[in-house]
Design a protein around this ligand. Structure first.
Ligand SMILES: [Zn+2]
Length: 389
């Protein structure tokens, strides 16, 4: 749940809703402390293992995970709790998707156990991957529905884990928006794959189950038409652009959504939608493969241009010319040119250039000193030769 939605509620909600939004905004800090605590309890921290291993913990509506009770392991039957069932199934489908489509063994590709904490807090309107595990709130039932209901939200959150173990895209500015976009792309693909939908059949909405019927909105985000997912007096209007000309320059602070990571993600989201739609068929095959490979080749400071050029290179290496052209057209349509002749300056070459500039400055300094002492020598020679005469 992007912070600006909660901030809107802080301004315009009822006292109860303001209270809920405030608690949700404050919980990030509390959860970080929890995570450190849980990490110290070695036995409960997720470890890597053989294959699909899920664990579901119930927080019993406490705003902490410390006293959560283990309610289901991989081999256990369901305890009948709907949120626990949805989390178990959604995490399982996401695991299966990554395993069958990309031959990836869990988040870390080493069989990491997938822990989910359900019924976190009271009416907590969020779901998140906190770096080690999934945490789900129940929503308030008035504005926000139960978060475990949306398979693409579960896929989105777990993909943050996949990104963490691959490109580790820094969560601010363009790399942060790419991080968010990659989560939307694969979250949406998990849903499309589970429904056996082609790109043409998919709704390309993320989080269609998030809002209750009282809220004027279809979803949290739209990849097909960024900026159109919701528009409601209480939660505001979807602020996502779908083109570079509308890129939002925001401060890299929590208030600025870390430079608009949930906002500018609309641009690469839309490029993926355009690419997948123009080549047709199921989106996880060609388009998904290109994006997955691009994620493996990205670094923490990869920006839109670099990512787009990486996808272009991958399409050229692994697919035919028409696929590469469709990809180029998709990026072009969101205002990003790929396949340019000039060399792209990566983080590493930029650093190397800076180093060589420093070297040059040192050399000039040394040469200046040498010239100075040569001049002194010449003067001395002139004077000594004068003595000879
Ligand atoms: Zn996210």
């Amino acid at each position: 749940m992007p912070p600006y939605i909660l901030k809107n509620l802080l301004d315009k909600g009822s006292p109860d809703q303001r209270d809920m939004a405030l608690k949700a905004l404050l919980s990030a800090t509390a959860l970080r402390a929890d995570r450190r605590f849980v990490a110290r309890l070695g036995f409960i921290a997720p470890v890597s293992g053989a294959g699909k291993q899920r664990m579901i913990f119930d927080c019993r509506n406490k705003p902490t995970t410390r006293n959560a009770v283990l309610v289901r392991r991989e081999s256990d039957r369901s305890n009948g709790d709907i949120a626990a069932i949805e989390a178990f199934d959604g995490v399982g489908t996401t695991y299966d998707f990554y395993s069958q489509i990309f031959h990836r063994n869990s988040i870390d590709n080493a069989g990491m156990r997938l822990d989910s904490y359900v019924h976190y807090g009271e009416k907590y309107p969020n779901a998140m991957w906190d770096g080690r595990r999934m945490i789900f709130g129940d929503g308030d039932g008035v504005l926000f529905s139960r978060l475990t209901q949306s398979l693409d939200v579960i896929g989105h959150e777990l993909t943050h884990g996949v990104t963490q173990y691959t490109a580790n895209l820094e969560y601010r500015g363009q790399s942060g928006a790419l991080n968010e976009s990659v989560s939307d792309v694969f979250g949406s693909l998990v849903k499309q794959w589970s429904l056996s939908q082609t790109a043409a059949q998919a709704d390309w909405l993320v989080g269609t189950e998030c809002w209750t019927p009282d809220i004027h909105g279809d979803a949290l985000r739209s990849m097909k038409n960024p900026g159109s997912a919701y528009n409601d007096p209480l939660i505001g209007k979807d602020p996502q652009p779908g083109h570079m000309r509308d890129y939002k320059l925001l401060p890299e602070t929590p208030e600025g959504d870390m430079g608009g990571v949930h906002i500018n993600s609309g641009i690469p989201n839309h490029a993926f939608y355009l690419f997948a739609s123009s080549i047709g068929g199921v989106a996880w095959e060609t388009a998904g493969q290109v994006w997955y490979e691009a994620l493996q080749r990205s670094k923490k400071d990869t920006n839109f241009d670099l990512f787009a050029n990486t996808t272009y290179a991958i399409a050229g290496e692994n697919f035919d010319t028409s696929t590469q052209q469709a990809l180029q057209a998709a990026w072009d349509e969101v205002g990003i040119r790929v396949g340019k002749k000039e060399k792209i300056l990566t983080g590493r070459t930029a650093a190397a250039r800076e180093r060589s500039n420093e070297d040059l400055a040192t050399s000039i300094e040394r040469l200046t000193r040498q010239i100075g002492s040569l001049r002194d020598d010449i003067e001395a020679l002139k004077q000594s030769s004068g003595h000879v005469h």
